[in-house]
Design a protein. Sequence first.
Length: 255
Amino acid sequence: MSHFGRSGPPDIKDTYSLLVLNISFRTTADDLFPLFDRYGKVVDVFIPRDRRTGESRGFAFVRYKYADEAQKAVDRLDGRNVDGRNIMVQFAKYGPNAERIQKGRIVEAIPKTRGRSRSRSPRHRYRDDYREKDYRRRSHSRSRGRYESDRYHERERDHRRRSRSQSRSRSRSGSLDYYGGRGRDDRRSRSVSYDSASPIRHIPSPERSLTPHRTPPSSPNKGSHSVRSPPSRNVSPQDRGANSRSPSPRSPNED
DNA sequence: GTTGAGCGTT
């Protein structure tokens, strides 16, 4: 994105890309353009932003029309204090699409093989692996602190299936005949049955769930759900188990 | 309001 009015990357033919690092998060392309344009012909200035927040990532790409000017800009702007931060200007080593570029100039196109030249960094990029499961900036600091919310919780994995899978695996190991496939199979059958019933906690009396929390026959708000989770949360497994299995230590009757 | 290693978009 650049203030040139174009959406994607303009004509990057014979252009030299400069990587500007250590820039302030407030620094924008408009701020860098005049600064870099002073030393040469800047064809485009792009500052990668976060797709979630949209804020700058702290670095920018400046493309010059000539290498000599780019080199001069690097020598001049490198280490220069911008917006209160000393920026680092250097030639980009990789193109927008992971092309191999030398001195900011693209010398090698993307190979047919997906093996990007930047295999130096095994970590995946956010755009390739952009998923809310492992998204994170290249910041090991508090940077992601604000992005990370307490709401994000890892999804539970299916451990039960693995257990059964292993049992089956061992059977196939060759010990099945040894135990007498049939007898063992029968035993496993019950085991599976029991196991299946175990995880599935059937509520003895579903109505009880609604009992403690009396549901108004007619809701004041028609067709409007004030809450969706709270009611479920009210029912605690302990209370349910205590009521259905054994009376509470303190019986209201004796009181 | 915060942060700080690095390599890019419609």
